[in-house]
Write a protein that binds this ligand. Sequence first.
Ligand code: C5P
Length: 281
Amino acid sequence: MKLIVPAPAKVNLSLWINGKRPDGYHELVTVLHTVNLFDTLTFMPSDRFELQVEGDQLLPLGRSNLIVKAAELFRRATGIKPNVKIKLLKKIPIGAGLGGGSSNAAAALKALNTLYGKPLSEPELHQLAAQIGSDVPFFIRGGLAVATGRGEKLKHYNPAHFKLLLVYPDFSCPTAEVYKSLPPINREMGVEDAEKLIISPLIVGNLREVAENAHNDLEESKHPCVERVKREVKPVLEEVGVKPIMSGSGSCVFGLVEDEKEIDLSPLKKSGWWYKLLTAI
Ligand code: C5P
């Protein structure tokens, strides 16, 4: 039997950092929403575990690949050896702050669980997901959520309806390095603050207020990649007529779009960068 599953990208509508933890991770409060940009995973029966990547992006296929990690954790948690061939069609840019690798891992965990008769409950899937990466638990359900802790503690909301213009410049940002180059930040943000600033206006469709309140502390990083995003990419989106918001650790920047007829895409066309008008899902 063949199983085909989509793995959506996400954007961070905001990301505040409360401080650095003793384990080296950062304590954060972030608002995430999945968007209609997808990788696709196709599962086929096989006599061993195999991963094959299609698309023009280079990806590791060994243990550092998050799908391979997901399959390994699934095997350890259930005792079931996942003998499947997984074909990954990669459309989400890598190192872009869109959570592509994390989404692939969550999709793999869920699909393997389905293929092998649901040996794991949703809380168990969530726990395995958190072992793979901070963003992976969010993708188990996707939609709209506020994530806290290192990103693994989630409060979900009904998905919102909005459009966004997403830009991927022709460079990527290394997440761990971006975090490492942050100056000390100490905030006391909570889920209620994220709800007041982002979730509530989003739910009533007040995109202007969401954009005004949107904030990403990772833009404080002194990493050259983030500086380049601020210097080169954000101004182009301003020219287009939307407030630019960096997603996660970059390099993607997006703007909320109230009326696509009111924006002028010509600065983006001139830039030569990849861009797309997307819908929150
Ligand atoms: O959890 P994940 O492996 O996706 O995180 C990638 C890197 O981003 C971590 O190694 C860490 O350096 C940084 N990070 C962090 N605080 C978080 C999430 C990620 O410092 N809450």
